[in-house]
Design a protein around this ligand. Structure first.
Ligand SMILES: *[C@@H]1O[C@H](CO)[C@@H](O)[C@H](O)[C@H]1NC(C)=O
Ligand SMILES: *[C@@H]1O[C@H](CO)[C@@H](O)[C@H](O)[C@H]1NC(C)=O
Ligand SMILES: *[C@@H]1O[C@H](CO)[C@@H](O)[C@H](O)[C@H]1NC(C)=O
Ligand SMILES: *[C@@H]1O[C@H](CO)[C@@H](O)[C@H](O)[C@H]1NC(C)=O
Ligand SMILES: *[C@@H]1O[C@H](CO)[C@@H](O)[C@H](O)[C@H]1NC(C)=O
Ligand SMILES: *[C@@H]1O[C@H](CO)[C@@H](O)[C@H](O)[C@H]1NC(C)=O
Ligand SMILES: *[C@@H]1O[C@H](CO)[C@@H](O)[C@H](O)[C@H]1NC(C)=O
Ligand SMILES: *[C@@H]1O[C@H](CO)[C@@H](O)[C@H](O)[C@H]1NC(C)=O
Ligand SMILES: *[C@@H]1O[C@H](CO)[C@@H](O)[C@H](O)[C@H]1NC(C)=O
Ligand SMILES: *[C@@H]1O[C@H](CO)[C@@H](O)[C@H](O)[C@H]1NC(C)=O
Ligand SMILES: *[C@@H]1O[C@H](CO)[C@@H](O)[C@H](O)[C@H]1NC(C)=O
Length: 457
């Protein structure tokens, strides 16, 4: 019974050690922060190890071994108390500073890769020991990768495949990842990857595959992205549209006025840009009237009221075409519209303009006269003005009562000698005006009836 329980206790303890590495059966706790460490070739590497001890230890022994796959463990370095004993082959390569158990490797080589084993023995009242392992990898950093496409000239939509090849000159254990427009590729059935992702093919490209592709090359110690490459994908034409610079478009019917010259543009989404042919349909026959992205229609030259046209877009690389039929209806000239179009003033507008000008002039004159009258009154009220001022002022003749002055004022000139003669309703042209050297204002009473009857006024 006793023996059995002892064995059981031993098993328990062993299992616990296996699981946790932390022991309550011993007083030594050995830890490594990371069980795997990625080193860079040519760089130093520290394999950190920490231990805690619970009992006072008289002697501390640290042992480092290295194990490579399918090879015997190799002795590296040992220390007891403060004395260090490296493998003499490696004495310049390794540093151990007891009681610190961490190992420093000065310069990593690719063959330094392997599993490093550290064992710490402590001697006190009893001897306790602990072991840990660290896996070390050594890699060369990746250089900037280059991307090539095949075929380099591009591929035709739905027919061609494009293969991207990524290649990094330097680097060990490089894996590749592909990015489209800076983001990871979405899963598509049309994407085919090589085992290490170094090449990637888009089977049967589509317009949606157009984008900026780049390759990310990476290993444990570095990551670099290639330049962006934009493959050429030939597609289209799609979404053929016919637009005109003038006229009204309703559906596929353009309404234009006679005399207008209209330019029709045919546009479609296509790479390379599509070629366009313009076809006129008359009765059952078709006639190509123009090649190119646009054509100009002179509506004068069209004898019929409505014509059917066809724009045929063709992509000479994809070998696909699209066509659109449209009808042009020519409306007869609207005289009013034509006048506006030609930019000439309509008679009505001219009459309105002239009338406005006359009215404005008359108003200005009336105001001016009122001003003069006001000044005349002022002179009368102030008789003791310097005589020079009298001489400078024009001769004033008229009523002091402004109400009677209401009417149409006409600007006439009279000879000096002629005394202004008031002739109601009389036209100014009746006066014989010769040798006119000074001007006066003739007030003509406004007689609307007469003015209307007399076509001259
Ligand atoms: C330290 O020693 C005491 C007994 O002396 C023990 O109970 C304790 O678990 C030990 N601690 C460690 C971390 O081993
Ligand atoms: C280690 O040092 C202690 C005293 O610090 C000493 O008692 C012990 O013998 C030394 N061990 C060895 C192996 O020299
Ligand atoms: C042990 O040595 C390493 C490097 O040699 C250092 O980083 C670490 O801090 C040291 N540990 C202690 C407990 O001194
Ligand atoms: C170690 O042994 C000494 C004397 O032999 C004793 O005084 C001490 O308590 C022991 N320490 C432990 C942790 O058992
Ligand atoms: C594109 O790839 C598919 C599948 O690999 C293949 O069947 C097809 O022939 C390829 N097309 C061209 C143009 O290479
Ligand atoms: C691709 O890159 C070019 C310039 O490098 C940029 O103008 C374009 O917008 C990019 N396209 C996308 C979809 O990000
Ligand atoms: C290849 O790339 C795809 C997507 O970019 C990724 O899911 C996959 O894990 C990569 N494979 C390898 C072997 O890197
Ligand atoms: C156009 O051709 C069709 C058959 O080809 C015929 O039925 C139709 O009458 C023709 N129309 C004119 C206007 O010639
Ligand atoms: C189209 O057919 C009509 C009669 O069917 C004829 O009068 C007209 O001249 C034809 N137009 C052209 C352009 O041939
Ligand atoms: C295809 O069309 C483009 C422009 O539309 C033109 O520059 C090119 O010469 C054409 N190629 C062939 C083979 O006809
Ligand atoms: C009017 O002026 C003209 C020259 O403009 C002059 O010959 C004429 O004598 C003048 N008449 C009077 C009446 O001053």
């Amino acid at each position: 019974m006793e023996r059995l329980s002892c064995t059981r206790r031993f098993l328990k303890c062993s299992i616990f050690i296996l699981i946790s590495g932390l022991s309550i059966c011993t007083t030594l706790k050995l830890t490594v922060p990371s069980p795997v460490i990625h080193g860079i070739k040519g760089q130093p590497l520290i394999l950190p190890v920490y231990y805690e001890v619970n009992q006072s230890a008289s002697s501390v022994q640290i042992i480092w071994l290295m194990e490579r796959s399918q090879a015997q463990a190799r002795y590296l370095i040992t220390s007891i108390n403060q004395s260090v004993m490296p493998d003499l082959e490696l004495q310049h390569k390794l540093t151990l500073k007891p009681p610190n158990a961490s190992l420093l490797i000065h310069s990593l080589h690719l063959n330094d890769e392997g599993t490093y084993i550290v064992k710490v023995n402590l001697e006190g009242n009893t001897t306790v020991s602990a072991t840990q392992k660290i896996d070390v990898t050594v890699d060369v950093p990746v250089s900037k990768p280059m991307v090539q496409t095949e075929p380099s000239y591009g591929a035709v939509e739905q027919v061609g495949n494009i293969t991207f090849k990524c290649f990094a000159m330097k680097g060990t254990r490089v894996v590749y990842e592909w990015l489209k427009n800076g983001g990871p590729l979405q899963d598509r059935s049309s994407y085919v990857f090589s085992p290490n992702n170094a090449t990637f093919t888009i089977v049967s490209v589509t317009k949606g595959d157009i984008g900026n592709y780049s390759c990310l090359a990476r290993n444990f110690v570095s990551e670099t992205e290639s330049d962006v490459i934009t493959p050429t994908i030939y597609y289209g034409p799609y979404g053929l549209r016919v637009i005109s610079d003038k006229g009204l478009k309703v559906g596929e019917v353009f309404t234009i006025d006679t005399g207008q010259s209209v330019r029709f543009d045919c546009s479609a989404d296509s790479n390379p840009p599509n070629t366009c042919a313009w076809i006129q349909r008359t009765n059952n026959s078709t006639e190509i009237i123009n090649y190119g992205p646009y054509f100009k229609l002179l509506s004068d030259k069209v004898r019929q009221k409505s014509m059917d046209y066809l724009c045929r877009a063709y992509n000479n690389i994809t070998g696909r075409g699209e066509e659109m039929q449209f009808t042009v209806i020519i409306t007869p000239i609207d005289p009013e519209k034509l006048l506006q179009d030609t930019g000439s003033l309509s008679p009505l507008a001219a009459i309105t303009g002239v009338s406005l000008f006359i009215i404005l002039s008359i108003c200005l004159l009336f105001i001016w006269k009122k001003y003069q009258l006001h000044r005349g009154i002022q002179w009368k009220l102030q008789p003791r003005r310097p005589s020079t001022e009298y001489r400078r002022t024009p001769i004033f003749s008229g009523h002091e009562d402004a109400i009677n002055d209401f009417g149409i004022y006409e600007f006439v000139s009279l000879p000096d000698a002629v005394v202004p003669h008031r002739a109601p309703g009389q036209a100014a042209s009746v006066l014989h005006l010769q040798d006119i050297n000074c001007t006066i204002y003739e007030v003509i009473q406004h007689v609307p009836e007469q003015a209307q009857n007399d076509p001259q006024s």
